[in-house]
Design a protein. Structure first.
Length: 269
């Protein structure tokens, strides 16, 4: 049975206190409080500073069975090194993230918005990722030059997912390159939050992915004023009886040759 994971990007935001988090809740209780209400979270902090393995292990202990973390890879790999000579920083990332044990979900690589497509660099990087059999990797490209068939073919061969970033200012091609997909909800067309028509469109699209047998990961990154929490809960309601089964198997996943195109969003109702 395919799995649907809906959560937020990060869980520590001061402006969530008093709305989502009770005003007097100790900081150390924030993650257990969050994990009692959502089945997954995307770790954003690791993009700026990679936590020690002991920190990942503590998060594993503080969350219930079946909870899942996705981890955003360090910008050292994507923004500073631009995938060059990735062996050592990748090994460091994976060694520390494995402190999550079976609660480790996909690893996300977010590329700089100014970096144009470099097929040669991506090819070498995916070859190194092949050492980590069974681990899921997603790629968020922020320059439109990456959204081309040669890149999709490389991702398909590696079983890696093309991340779908949902924000009017970001390039988006709604297609799948693996038997799972990764969606990042950065903000809607009318502002930080999402209109109901947008979430209904995505709910239909996510159901289609699930009906095709694909696992789906969705994270709301529009944290201002608690929109991420509101929109994530709204999407969960729209998805109805979809439930999160056991965490994904550790077995390697290979990608089918699937191609999807995005049609225009439906008009307001």
């Amino acid at each position: 049975m395919p799995a649907l994971w809906i959560g937020t990007s990060g869980w520590v935001y001061p402006h969530w206190r008093g709305g989502f988090y009770p005003p007097g809740l100790p900081g150390k209780e924030a993650l257990p409080f969050y994990a009692a209400r959502f089945p997954t979270v995307e770790v954003n902090f690791s993009f700026y500073r990679l936590p020690e393995r002991a920190v990942f292990a503590s998060w594993r202990r503080e969350t219930p069975p079946g909870f899942l973390f996705t981890v955003k890879a360090s910008r050292y790999l994507t923004h500073m090194r631009k995938l060059k000579d990735p062996e050592e920083p990748l090994e460091r990332l994976m060694d520390r993230a494995r402190g999550l044990g079976r609660k480790l979900g996909p690893i996300l690589f977010q590329f700089p918005h100014t970096w144009r497509c470099n097929v040669e660099r991506l090819t070498g990087f995916l070859h190194v990722l092949g050492r980590y059999a069974g681990q899921r990797f997603a790629f968020e490209f922020r320059h439109s030059s990456w959204l081309v068939p040669p890149v999709y073919a490389l991702l398909e061969q590696a079983g890696a997912a093309l991340c779908l970033p949902v924000l009017p200012s970001l390039p988006l091609d709604v297609r799948v390159t693996a038997d799972w997909t990764y969606v990042r909800m950065h903000g809607g067309r009318a502002g930080i939050g999402y209109e109901g028509v947008e979430l209904r469109w995505w709910a239909r699209r996510l159901r289609a992915f699930l009906d095709e047998g694909r696992d789906v990961y969705v994270y709301f990154n529009n944290d201002a004023e608690g929109y991420a929490l509101r929109d994530a809960e709204h999407l969960r309601r729209l998805m109805g009886d979809r439930r999160v089964p056991a965490p994904p198997s550790d077995a390697p996943r290979r990608a089918p040759d699937a191609r999807e195109e995005l049609g225009p969003l439906e008009g307001n109702r």
